[in-house]
Design a protein around this ligand. Sequence first.
Ligand code: GLN
Length: 189
Amino acid sequence: MKVGVLGLQGAFREQVETLEALGADATIVKTPEQFGAVDAIVVPGGESTTMDKLLDSSGLRTPLRDALRDGMPALAVCAGLIVLAAEVLDGRADQQPLGVIDVTVRRNGYGRQRDSFEADLDVAGLDGGPFPGVFIRAPVIDRVGAGIEVLATHGGAPVLGRHGAVLFATFHPELAGDLRVHELFLKGS
Ligand code: GLN
């Protein structure tokens, strides 16, 4: 199985390194042709408003949305979660989330005081103790739809979950020095 990492913007190299550390065949995706050659996709953290624009200029918006709606396995991290969400609060006016993950997210929802922090997370079904969550200007999930399985919360809000074949995190598992969330993604995909 070939795992693509959307490489339009943001922390995509760290995703490739993490996947390779687990022995996965990972490749950076910047064009529809490259996207056509992968079986699963990681949408990394970065800046969702920029990624949103680049989805249009790269021609990837429609193929990505269609593949995800058809059940392509995915891991969406932070800005990647915002890009795939059903609804975005405090986004840019013309930001058009893909509507693949049935959640409402508030961009930069932790505000300035706590815009970056770490927190130990208890993840349902994950052996080996808490997962070190690295949150960087993270979104807060305000609402989850009925089809969402919540795997971890922080301060009462979901921070890790699944919608069908899409695993999503508001934190950055690729910066944790802990491979277990990516392992979960690879196992499920
Ligand atoms: N605040 C960023 C955004 O709105 C997300 C930050 C991140 O991906 N670490 O897109």
